[in-house]
Design a protein around this ligand. Structure first.
Ligand SMILES: CC(C)(COP(=O)(O)OP(=O)(O)OC[C@H]1O[C@@H](n2cnc3c(N)ncnc32)[C@H](O)[C@@H]1OP(=O)(O)O)[C@@H](O)C(=O)NCCC(=O)NCCS
Length: 329
């Protein structure tokens, strides 16, 4: 028998520095009008000085610990969905473990780009279901701005930095907050979004050609087409596996990559626009942080009324994609 899961708290943290679309026009040839019309983005937050995915992750985790009252010593696993860390190791999760004093937790990062939070939720769920873990700190943390090509106007205007955190733990009342999670990957689309690291072969080995571009590269139109084809199918499977229909859903929170995509998905899956929650206007695409950020933000503004059955969908580099149905109590 699967041990049921409770979702406890949801917090996010963004860096203080805000870049408006007018600020972006100081960096590349663009305009507030173009960015708003084509993407729905008005502003985004980016790291500054010594901030990075680690400091953002620590800030989100500390907020969560404070607001839930969870004793860090009772956390037995930390998973951080992180695809743009300052350094690949030590992991963001290990840095967070140290910063919050979660001495009894195992800790690791998970790379699934913008689908990362749903992938991490599924890993936490499986560990709780099986009895391997009782309380998991599930996080997303990325400082994508550090890896953007700030001369490429078609990608640098889209992203923002941030981190989010939630606790997933054994549900004491027997109710399961995870109705279903469906994960997929299409490695054949690996070149749609990529980030190269500088590296070298051993001096005695044949040298290799280091990649010229060490920034995030994205084929925007290919991603757009992929998403419009893939995500409605993912949502269909996610609902079917749960024996549910779109009428059973109170809110739909898709990954925040482009408002035009969100609107097209809304029409495609036939959900009422009032049920679709987004905050891309304020934060841009925050990678894996986008979905938990919308949940936390909209609970705080009262636009997400509890209790609710919420449909989530995500896609990201890999390509990875995911659908989930969760209960927010
Ligand atoms: C990137 C994206 C916003 C581009 O929008 P688009 O409507 O497809 O725009 P196009 O690529 O057709 O470009 C149209 C024109 O606008 C220009 N343009 C691109 N970015 C611009 C910007 N920031 N400001 C002004 N003009 C811009 C292009 O150069 C092009 O000019 P041209 O016709 O003279 O060549 C859109 O394709 C998109 O959102 N794709 C999905 C990306 C995504 O989701 N990534 C994250 C995955 S997790």
């Amino acid at each position: 028998m699967n041990i049921p899961v409770r979702i406890r708290g949801m917090e996010f943290s963004v860096p203080e520095l805000t870049l408006t679309n007018d600020d972006m026009a100081k960096i590349v040839e663009t305009s507030d009008e173009w960015i708003r019309q084509r993407t729905g983005i008005g502003e985004r937050h980016v790291v500054s000085g010594e901030e990075d995915a680690v400091t953002l992750g620590i800030s989100a985790a500390k907020k969560l610990i404070e607001n839930t009252g969870v004793d860090p010593q009772t956390i037995d696993m930390i998973i951080s969905a992180t695809s743009a860390p300052q350094r690949p190791y030590p992991s963001v999760a290990c840095e967070v473990q140290n910063a919050i004093g979660a001495d009894n937790a195992s800790a690791f990062d998970l790379v699934a780009a913008c689908s990362g939070f749903l992938y991490a939720m599924q890993m936490a769920r499986a560990n709780i279901n099986s009895g391997f873990a009782k309380r998991v700190l599930v996080m997303a943390s990325d400082a994508t701005s550090k890896f953007l090509d700030w001369t490429d106007r078609s990608s640098c205007v889209l992203f923002g930095d941030g981190a989010a955190a939630t606790i997933m733990e054994v549900s004491e009342d027997g109710e399961d907050d995870i109705v279903n999670i469906h994960l997929e990957a299409d490695g054949k689309c690996k070149e749609f979004i990529s980030l190269n690291l500088p590296n070298q072969n051993c001096p005695l080995a044949e040298p290799h050609q280091n990649p010229e571009n060490l920034h995030i590269q994205m084929a925007g139109k290919d991603v757009y087409k992929y998403v419009m084809q893939k995500i409605p199918a993912i949502i269909k499977k996610t609902l079917e596996e749960a024996n549910m229909t779109i009428e059973d859903i109170d809110y739909f929170i898709p990954h925040q990559a482009n408002l035009r995509m969100i609107e097209a998905l809304t029409t495609r899956i036939k959900i009422s626009p009032e049920k679709v929650l987004h905050n891309i206007e304020k934060y841009g695409n925050m990678s894996a942080t986008s979905i938990p950020c919308v949940i936390s933000d909209k609970i705080a503004t009262g636009e997400l009324k509890k209790p609710a059955t919420v449909l989530l969908s995500a896609f990201g580099a890999g390509m990875t994609s995911a659908g989930a149905i969760i209960k927010i109590r």
